[in-house]
Design a protein around this ligand. Structure first.
Ligand SMILES: [Zn+2]
Ligand SMILES: [Zn+2]
Length: 97
């Protein structure tokens, strides 16, 4: 289905990918830098927005991570990010003074 609309979407996608990688190249799966691809936090097949910058994040692509050698994007596959990694944003204990 190589329609002109698909070409437009992939153009927009490449533009977004460049924007996201320019802002950060820290992989969402392993947390190391030098990510070369972006992936959807919520997969498009599961209702995620394809061209929403908030739904895209840097990830290591086919070459994998130069630091830990994981192939983060193929590891993640078509799953939602939360199914792959536990995000460390919810600190729900109080260990500090
Ligand atoms: Zn990675
Ligand atoms: Zn890594």
């Amino acid at each position: 289905m190589a329609t002109s609309r698909d070409e437009l979407v992939s153009y927009e996608y490449r533009k977004l990918r460049a924007q996201i990688l320019a802002a950060s190249d820290v992989c969402i799966v392993c947390g190391h830098g030098a990510a070369t691809a972006v992936d959807h936090l919520q997969p498009v097949s599961k209702g995620g927005a394809r061209l929403d910058p908030d739904n895209l994040a840097p990830i290591h692509g086919v070459k994998g991570c130069p630091t830990c050698l994981r192939k983060c994007n193929s590891e993640k596959g078509d799953r939602a990010l939360v199914e792959v990694v536990q995000l460390v944003t919810s600190v729900d204990w109080f260990a500090g003074p």
